[in-house]
Ligand binder design. Structure first.
Ligand code: ADP
Length: 366
């Protein structure tokens, strides 16, 4: 099979028209990356056009996907920060300056030092536990390397736009959700880098109709690199929670996460130890496969609260794989209870942070 080249892609995209000129001619194709037959780029559109450009995005994606040597094509829409003034256009107000996530009271990032520690599984179960406390909860799946929220919340289909401007947040088990997984096929290897991550995330925060929420949880990409730092700097985070496994604690990955949030003045609400111990489903024996308890000690040492521990249990994996995470499927089970207790702690702490902020902000005295 012949390898796809940048020239071939540009040539093919020269046939994709936006109005009477191609997207290449109008310099709308940005950030083209090709890796082992996987192609990724963005199409920059006027912020006012927003989701209306979805057919254009799809056409570009299909055009590239049809090329020989292309295994996957991933195209995202990014909005231009400066809207052009077209005198003839009767366009809705552009939103480049719109505040990110307006209508959301608290925003909490769920982070981990590395991938595979169960961050997403923990996030979805916490979201469901917070929902059961009567809160309106949203979940932004920013885990661009492995977006799994649509599957875990049992959500299917592509996002729609009711007003032609903003994407509607999807909903699963009463949780509003927006995920890269809606825009990218789940098994397509995605190699998001630097500015692409940033624009795509900003779009998810600015161009999605989240509505009024008590709390938005952000499932962060794993690790503590540029993408994570960008989110922490750009989003008005109320706080962050770090998920780690006992080994991860031992390898100090979680410590890096903690330092990153401290660097940008985001309060770390605490550490959760996942896959903390194993309880035999047959005999009930409690086994510490890894050096259990490391997170608690580490948290103490670092001056961060320890929020709780979640056991390693196949039920936790199976239920979320099926789109019915354990807190939803079996809320009275001991594992669901563990998530519920942690969720309660997190909400108490977030409320305290919000109250402190409100007390410190200047008041207008009439
Ligand atoms: P991350 O978001 O950190 O990459 P995931 O949440 O995707 O991790 O979890 C990685 C794998 O581990 C998934 O298959 C998930 O179902 C499983 N998993 C996560 N937490 C647990 C747990 N407490 N018990 C059993 N399996 C778990």
């Amino acid at each position: 099979m012949s390898l796809v080249t940048e020239e071939k892609i540009i040539e093919a995209l020269s046939t994709v028209m936006d109005g009477d000129k191609s997207i290449v001619e109008q310099n709308m194709v940005q950030g083209l990356q090709i890796k082992d037959g996987h192609v990724l780029f963005s199409i920059t559109v006027d912020a006012a056009v927003g989701a209306q450009a979805e057919p254009l995005r799809k056409e570009a994606e299909n055009t590239i996907h049809a090329l020989e040597g292309v295994l996957s094509a991933t195209v995202v829409l990014t909005a231009e920060t400066e809207a052009h003034a077209h005198p003839d256009d009767v366009v809705p107000e552009p939103r480049p300056e719109a505040p990110l996530l307006e209508g959301v009271k608290a925003i909490i990032a769920v982070a981990s030092g590395k991938g595979g520690v169960g961050k997403s599984t923990t996030t979805v179960n916490l979201a469901l536990a917070l929902r059961d406390q009567g809160l309106k909860v949203g979940l932004l799946d920013a885990d661009i390397y492995g977006p799994s929220m649509p599957r875990m919340l049992g959500i299917k289909g592509e996002p729609t736009s009711s007003d032609g401007k903003l994407l509607d947040a999807k909903e699963g088990h009463g949780i509003k959700c927006m995920s890269m997984g809606f825009l990218v096929e789940e098994d397509a290897p995605v190699i998001w880098r630097g500015p692409m991550v940033q624009t795509a995330l900003t779009q998810m925060m600015r161009d999605v109709a989240w509505g009024e929420l008590d709390l938005l949880l952000i499932d962060m990409p794993p690790g503590t690199g540029d993408a994570q730092l960008t989110i922490s700097q750009q989003v008005p985070l109320t706080g962050a929670v770090i998920v780690s496994t006992p080994q991860d604690i031992a390898l100090l990955d979680a410590r890096k996460g903690l330092n990153m949030f401290r660097q940008v003045d985001v309060p770390v609400l605490g550490i959760i130890e996942n896959m903390s111990y194993f309880e035999c489903p047959h005999c009930g024996e409690h086994t510490n496969i890894f050096s259990h308890g490391g997170a608690k000690e580490e948290a103490n040492e670092l001056g961060v609260d320890f929020l709780g521990e979640i056991p390693l249990d196949i039920k936790i994996r199976e239920t979320s794989d099926r789109g019915h995470p354990i807190v939803d499927q079996d809320p009275d089970s001991p594992h669901a209870k563990a998530y519920q207790e942690i969720a309660k702690l997190i909400w108490d702490k977030a409320t305290t942070v919000l109250e402190d902020k409100a007390a410190k902000s200047p008041k207008i005295v009439m």
